[in-house]
Design a protein around this ligand. Structure first.
Ligand code: NOJ
Length: 716
C-alpha cells in the first residue's frame, strides 16, 4: 500500500512514541472511567502514562453514543497529534436490537437474512459511535464443549465462508467496517477448553480451518484479528509464516491486523517470549498493526526501531495502514463519524429492526423432534414450565447494548399471540450445578392441568460465549429431574431448549414428544417461539453443528473420515476391531443439516447433466423437491460430494452448496447446482489446490444423513 500525501505528511511529523501509541488500542475506560473501571476494563500490566492515553490510536468497548461523544471529544481536546480515534466494539449479533447468536443464524441457511441482520446492527451501531465491529467470527468449530461455538456459524468451512461474507456485506452496507476473526484456528482448542492449545496438521489447517477467513477476504473487510492460541507449538502472533507468508502474502491482505485482547503480551506466559520487549519485536515484525490491551509497543517499539530490531519502514507501514483506515472512514474530516445520539435513539429497537429480529429467530430455531403434537392448537390447554418459561435471559453472550428487560419471554410471546395469559411456572433454577428441587412440585401440579406441557429448559445464558467452556454439555441435572417428574404425568411434553451450543439431548429425546431448539434467540425470542409453537410460522432451521449423543463423542462433525475399519451399521459394537465405541453409537443424535418442518419434503430424481466431466467443463446436478405435506414450508436443499479415492483421503461428505426454497403444500421444484473442478478441488498430496481425476459421489438432500446420490467421473 502506498500512503497518500496526508498520511505521508503525518508520518513525517509523528515521533516514534506517537507511532507506538497510534498502534495501541486500549479500553475506553481509561478515557471515560466508570465506577466499574477497576474491575472490568483496565489492566495492571499496562502502566500507561497520561501522555500514552492521550496519544493512543484506538479504543474498544466504550458504550453508547453519549459515551462515544465524550471519549472522542476528550481525546481530541487532549491529544497532541489531533489524529482522530478509531472506535471499536463487539457488535456480534445486534447492537441494541439483538438477533439470534451467530450459530443460530447459521441454521437459517439464509445468507440474505444474515446480511439483513448485520445491516441492521451496523445502522444501530454507527450512530452509537462504532467505526469498526469485531465481527464476523468465522472460526471452524467442531467441539460443542467450547463456549464460543455460539459466535461462529458452525462446523462447515464452506458454510462459514458464505455466512462470513454475508455478515461483511451487511455491516458495510449499514456503514460500519468489520474485523474478521480469530485468525487462525482459534476454534479448535484441545478438549474444547477456552484459550487452550490447538495442534492441527498444516494440511488440515489449509483444507478446513483457513478457508473461511480466505473466503471472507473476498468481501474486503477492513481488519483481521489474530487469535490467542498456540498453533502447532507457536503462538499465532509469532507465526510469521501465517501472518506474513499466508495472510499478507498469499491472500494479499493489506488492511489492518489487530491482536486479540492482551494476546501480544501473552506470548510471555505461553513460554515463547522472554519479556515485553521481545513480544513487541515479534509482533511488530509480523505486522500486527494494532496491539489490543497490552502496552508492549508503547514501552518498547521506539527503542526497537532506534536499535534496528524493527525497521522504520516496517513501523511506517503499520502506522500507514491504521491511518489509511481512519482516512477511509472519513475520520480526518469528521472525527465523530456517524455518532449521533438522536438518530441512535430513533433506530435502536425500532419496529422494523424488531421485525427482522423476529424473522431471524423464527428461521433459526430448529425442530429436532415432533411426533405430531406440534403445532399446538390455539385452544390447546398448555402449561409452560421450566426456568426459561418466562425468562428474559435469552439474548445470548455478546449482546452488546441489548437489554434483557426489552426481550420478550415465551410466556409473553404466547400471550401476545393468543391474547390471553398463560400459566408459566419455573419449577427449578437454570444453574448447571443447582440441586434445589423445591419448586418442582408446584410445576408438576400446574402441569397436571394441561393437555400439553411445554418444558422450557436449557443451559444458563452465561455458560456459553468467551471463557465459558463446559466439560459436560448435558441438560443440568435438576432440569432433567423436572422433566422426569413431568413425564410421570403421562402427558405430551414439548421441550423448548435454550443454549449457545449443541447440548446432549439424549434424555430429553426419550422423555419428550417434540423438541424445538431455540438457541439464544435474542430480543424477539419469545414472540418467535410462540409463533412456531402455534403454527403461525413453520420451522425451517437446519443444524450447522452436529448434536452428540454423549459428550465423549466430541469433537463430532459430519465431514469426518471413514477410517480403514468403518462400522457398517449404526448399532453398538459387539466386535471391537472396527472404529467404534463399546458404549455409544458413532453417529450424532442429530446430524449437520438436519431439521424438521410441519410439512414433509420428498427428494427424487437426482440427475447429472452428464455422468462424466472433463477438465474445464461444468456439470449441472438437479434434484426434484416436493412438499408432500399439508402446509407451506421452506426447505434447505444441500449438495454434498465425496471423492472416493484420492492422493489424500477425503471426508465421507463435504457440503458444496445449499439453496433455500419455499414450496406451497403439494408443490414441487427442481433445484440445480453447478459443479466444476473447483467444487471437487482439495489440497492434494503435492499441496496444491486441485481436483484429481476419478470417481465422485454427488449427493443432494435435506440433511447430511439423508441424501440421494449419483456418480460422477472427472476425466482429463
Ligand atoms: C476477546 C475476544 O476473544 C474477541 O473476540 C473480542 O473481540 C475482544 N476480546 C474484544 O472484546
Amino acid at each position: 500500500m502506498q500512503p497518500g500525501n496526508k498520511i505521508r505528511k503525518l508520518l513525517e511529523e509523528m515521533t516514534l512514541e506517537d507511532k507506538a501509541r497510534q498502534l495501541t488500542q486500549i479500553n475506553a475506560l481509561y478515557i471515560k472511567p466508570t465506577a466499574k473501571a477497576e474491575v472490568t476494563g483496565v489492566s495492571d500490566d499496562m502502566r500507561l502514562s497520561d501522555d500514552d492515553i492521550r496519544g493512543v490510536g484506538s479504543v474498544l468497548n466504550f458504550g453508547d453514543a453519549e459515551d462515544a461523544q465524550f471519549v472522542r471529544a476528550t481525546h481530541l481536546e487532549n491529544s497532541h497529534s489531533k489524529i482522530p480515534l478509531l472506535m471499536m466494539q463487539d457488535v456480534i449479533h445486534g447492537y441494541r436490537t439483538i438477533f439470534p447468536v451467530p450459530l443460530a443464524l447459521g441454521c437459517s441457511f439464509d445468507t440474505q437474512l444474515v446480511e439483513e441482520c448485520a445491516h441492521m446492527s451496523a445502522v444501530e451501531a454507527k450512530y452509537n459511535g462504532v467505526d469498526v465491529t469485531f465481527s464476523p467470527m468465522v472460526d471452524l468449530a467442531r467441539d460443542a464443549r467450547w463456549g464460543r461455538v455460539m459466535e461462529t456459524t458452525g462446523e462447515d468451512p464452506f458454510l462459514n465462508g458464505e455466512m462470513g461474507k454475508a455478515f461483511i456485506r451487511g455491516y458495510k452496507r449499514g456503514g460500519v467496517e468489520c474485523c474478521v476473526k480469530h485468525f487462525a484456528a482459534y476454534g479448535a482448542p484441545e478438549g474444547g477448553r477456552e484459550y487452550n492449545t490447538t495442534d492441527i496438521s498444516e494440511r488440515n489447517l489449509r483444507e478446513y480451518y483457513l478457508r473461511s477467513y480466505a473466503e471472507c477476504l473476498k468481501e474486503k473487510p477492513a481488519m483481521v484479528m489474530t487469535s490467542f492460541n498456540l498453533l502447532n507449538g507457536i503462538p499465532v502472533n509469532g507465526r510469521s509464516d501465517l501472518l506474513l507468508g499466508y495472510l499478507r502474502g498469499e491472500l494479499g491482505f493489506d488492511g489492518v491486523v489487530i491482536s486479540d485482547y492482551g494476546a501480544v503480551r501473552e506470548m510471555i506466559p505461553h513460554g515463547y517470549a522472554e519479556d515485553e520487549r521481545e513480544c513487541a519485536r515479534i509482533a511488530a515484525n509480523n505486522c500486527i498493526d494494532i496491539e489490543m490491551m497490552s502496552s508492549t509497543y508503547i514501552h518498547n517499539l521506539p527503542d526497537l526501531v532506534r536499535g534496528g530490531e524493527v525497521s522504520a519502514e516496517k513501523l511506517n507501514g503499520m502506522v500507514a495502514r491504521v491511518l489509511a483506515l481512519k482516512q477511509k472512514l472519513g475520520l480526518f474530516e469528521n472525527p465523530y463519524n456517524a455518532t449521533d445520539a438522536e438518530k441512535a435513539a430513533e433506530v435502536c429497537l425500532c419496529e422494523e429492526h424488531r421485525a427482522i429480529a423476529r424473522r431471524a429467530a423464527i428461521k433459526s430455531c430448529v425442530l429436532l423432534k415432533n411426533d405430531g403434537v406440534l403445532p399446538l392448537g390455539a385452544q390447546c390447554k398448555s402449561v409452560f414450565v421450566g426456568p426459561y418459561a418466562d425468562s428474559k435471559d435469552i439474548l445470548g453472550g455478546w449482546a452488546c447494548a441489548g437489554r434483557k428487560s426489552e426481550a420478550a419471554t415465551i410466556a409473553e410471546g404466547v400471550k401476545n399471540l393468543l391474547g390471553r395469559s398463560v400459566t408459566a411456572v419455573k419449577g427449578c433454577d437454570v444453574g448447571l450445578l443447582s440441586t434445589d428441587e423445591s419448586g418442582i412440585d408446584e410445576a408438576v401440579s400446574a402441569a397436571a392441568e394441561a393437555d400439553v406441557i411445554v418444558a422450557c429448559i436449557g443451559e444458563p445464558a452465561d455458560c456459553s460465549g468467551e471463557a465459558s467452556s463446559r466439560a459436560d454439555i448435558s441438560i443440568p441435572r435438576v432440569q432433567v429431574k423436572l422433566l422426569e417428574r413431568l413425564s410421570a404425568l403421562g402427558k405430551p411434553i414439548v421441550a423448548v431448549v435454550f443454549g449457545g451450543r449443541p447440548q446432549v439431548l439424549t434424555v430429553v429425546e426419550k422423555l419428550c414428544s417434540a423438541i424445538l431448539y431455540a438457541w439464544q434467540p435474542g430480543t424477539e425470542g419469545g414472540n418467535a417461539i410462540a409463533s412456531l409453537l402455534y403454527g403461525q410460522s413453520n420451522p425451517s432451521g437446519k443444524l450447522t453443528m452436529s448434536f452428540p449423543r454423549s459428550v465423549g463423542q466430541c469433537p463430532i462433525y459430519y465431514n469426518s473420515f471413514s477410517t480403514g475399519r468403518p462400522k457398517g451399521e449404526d448399532i453398538l459394537s459387539n466386535c471391537c476391531y472396527n472404529s467404534s465405541y463399546r458404549d455409544e453409537l458413532n453417529s450424532p443424535l442429530y446430524p449437520f443439516g438436519y431439521g424438521l418442518s410441519y410439512t414433509r419434503f420428498e427428494y427424487s430424481a437426482l440427475t447429472l447433466s452428464s455422468p462424466v466431466m472433463r477438465r474445464g467443463e461444468e456439470v449441472e446436478a438437479g434434484v426434484t423437491v416436493s412438499n408432500v405435506g399439508d402446509c407451506d414450508g421452506e426447505e434447505t436443499v444441500q449438495l454434498y460430494i465425496r471423492d472416493l479415492f484420492a492422493s489424500v483421503v477425503r471426508p465421507v461428505k463435504e457440503l458444496k452448496g445449499f439453496k433455500k426454497i419455499a414450496l406451497r403444500a403439494g408443490e414441487s421444484a427442481v433445484v440445480t447446482f453447478k459443479i466444476d473442478e473447483s467444487t471437487l478441488a482439495f489440497y492434494t498430496a503435492d499441496g496444491v489446490l486441485a481436483a484429481e481425476r476419478g470417481k465422485f459421489i454427488i449427493m443432494a438432500g435435506g440433511s447430511s444423513q439423508n441424501v440421494l446420490s449419483a456418480e460422477l467421473r472427472l476425466e482429463d
